[in-house]
Design a protein around this ligand. Sequence first.
Ligand code: MG
Length: 254
Amino acid sequence: MSKLFALTAPPALLVVLVLAPQGVGYDDTPRLPASQWRVHDKARPVPDVVVAGRGAAPPSDAIVLFDGTDLSAWQGREGEAAGWRVDGGVMEVNGSGDIRTRQSFGDVQLHLEWSSPTEIQSESQGRGNSGVFLMGRYEIQILDSFENRSYADGQAAALYGQRPPDVNVTRAPGSWNTYDILFRAPRFEGDELVSPGIVTVLHNGVAVHHAEPFLGATRHREVATYAPHEPQGPIQLQDHGNPVRFRNVWVREL
Ligand code: MG
C-alpha cells in the first residue's frame, strides 16, 4: 500500500484492508475450466475445519441420527413415534415397523453399524434381514450373509434386486458390521430422470460398490424403475421381522 493511499483512505476501508486474510497463492495463473477460480488461486476460500472422530465416532460436522440413547431423530412410516427398542446403547428391530428420519436428505455420506441376531432362526432372506433405504426408496440390503446362501442381489450390501456387492464382507452373527455410504441423489427435470442415484458403499471398510447407479426405487421380484420425487427424502431402516440391532448412525449432507 502506498503511503499516500494510507493517508487518504477512509478509516473504514483501512480496517477492511487490515482484517482481510492475506491469501496464499497466485493471481496471475490460468483460470480453471468452468470455474471462477485460477490454478492455486489465492482468493479461493479454504475448506472449513472439521474434527474427525476417533475410530467410528462422528466427525464434528455430522448430524447424529442415533448415539445410543434415544430415537428422537426417527419416526414411524406414518409419522408416529418410532417404536424400536433402545437398550444398552443400541436400537433393535422389534416388529413395530420401519423407522425413518424426521429430517430429509439428498446427497449424503451415511455411516451406520448393524449386527444380525446371534441366534440363527431361519435361512436365506429370513435371516437377519433389514435394510437402509436412501430417500425412503433405494435400499442397501442388510442381511446375515455369513455362511448364508441367498440370491446374489439380495445379500448384505447388495443394491437389493439390482446389484450384488463385489465381495461378501459380512461378519459372523452378533458381530458389528459397518456401512459407509456415499450417495448422490437422482436428479429430475419435471417428470424426466436426468441423472440416476449413484452410490459408493464400503462394507466393513471394503469397497463393494463404486459409483454404481441405481436402476430405480427398490422392488421385490420386479425391475426397479424411477418415479420423480422431491430432491430430499428420509433415511429409512427396515423392519423385516428379524431383531437386527443398530448403533452409531450419523450422516453428513454433501
Ligand atoms: Mg431388506
